[in-house]
Design a protein around this ligand. Structure first.
Ligand SMILES: Nc1nc2c(ncn2[C@@H]2O[C@H](COP(=O)(O)OP(=O)(O)OP(=O)(O)O)[C@@H](O)[C@H]2O)c(=O)[nH]1
Ligand SMILES: [Mg+2]
Length: 240
């Protein structure tokens, strides 16, 4: 979809990194499942730092499917890609997804919740009662530990900050711009700042069944996550 075409109602933002193996099939499948919903939507593929053919493949898919847009720049950085994708989004509602999930059940539930008019942010939680986290146990436990850390350090009141989320763009854009963290911690900062601003956040249970294991090893992410969490704690607790 060229930037000059009329704004879509819904923007689906998907950070992608080294995903050449599943990108095409995930997009074809996503389009097939969105088609019957009759939505006016765009999909923004926000790539950075891939060492495989992900960026080229994303551009080729954009040439084929007009509702697709691709961004590509810089070092691998999940949070930066998500933020850039959100900035580029033009829809009234922004849905943040992951290429190994592309969860249209969540998309539909989240849009219905946002349309009710009283909710600013919908979180698809894999850790709340009723959710089904079908990832390996070590990752489930790591996610629980991460949430416990956010609760202890930052007074987080929800169950999950990573993964699926949806919001009214105009309502959350100022909060997106106020976030300081990038990489893995940006998503947590966005959710926590939204709670703290008094906006209405709703969590809905989701089923997480990944199409492939994550590209970055869980334990390699820990040092960076802890450093960024320390910075975020200082920024929120001390500077507000
Ligand atoms: N642009 C960009 N996308 C990334 C990066 N790392 C991961 N992604 C994308 O982010 C999404 C989730 O990544 P996964 O590798 O599945 O990680 P995960 O552990 O399941 O994700 P969470 O549990 O939500 O943190 C996928 O669409 C990835 O392609 C990155 O450095 N840059
Ligand atoms: Mg994943």
């Amino acid at each position: 979809m060229s930037v000059s075409s009329p704004s879509p109602r819904i923007s689906i933002v998907i950070p992608i990194y080294n995903e050449e193996a599943i990108l095409r099939s995930a997009i074809v499948d996503l389009r097939e499942r969105l088609g019957p919903l009759g939505w006016h939507y765009e999909v923004i593929l926000a790539e950075n730092g891939s060492r495989d053919k992900t960026a080229e493949l994303a551009r080729a898919l954009c040439d084929k499917y007009p509702e697709l847009r691709a961004l590509s720049a810089g070092e691998p950085n999940y949070g930066k890609a998500l933020r850039e994708g959100i900035r580029a989004a033009r829809g009234e509602f922004v849905l943040c997804d992951e290429i190994d999930l592309c969860d249209t059940d969540f998309h539909q539930a989240a849009v219905a919740e946002l349309e009710s008019g009283t909710t600013d942010l919908v979180i698809g939680s894999k850790l709340i009662a009723g959710a089904r986290d079908e990832r390996p146990m070590v990752r489930h436990v790591a996610s629980l530990a991460y949430t416990a850390l956010l609760r202890g350090l930052l007074g987080f009141r929800g169950t999950d900050t990573h993964g699926l989320k949806a919001f009214r763009r105009s309502s959350l854009l100022p909060i997106v711009e106020s976030c300081l963290a990038d990489r893995d911690v940006f998503a947590s900062e966005l959710v926590i700042r939204t709670y703290r601003s008094g906006k209405r956040v709703v969590e809905i249970p989701v089923q997480v069944l990944e199409k492939r294991p994550p590209s970055i090893n869980l334990f390699k992410r820990v040092p960076n996550v802890l450093t960024n969490l320390a910075k975020l704690t200082w920024a929120i607790r001390v500077r507000g």
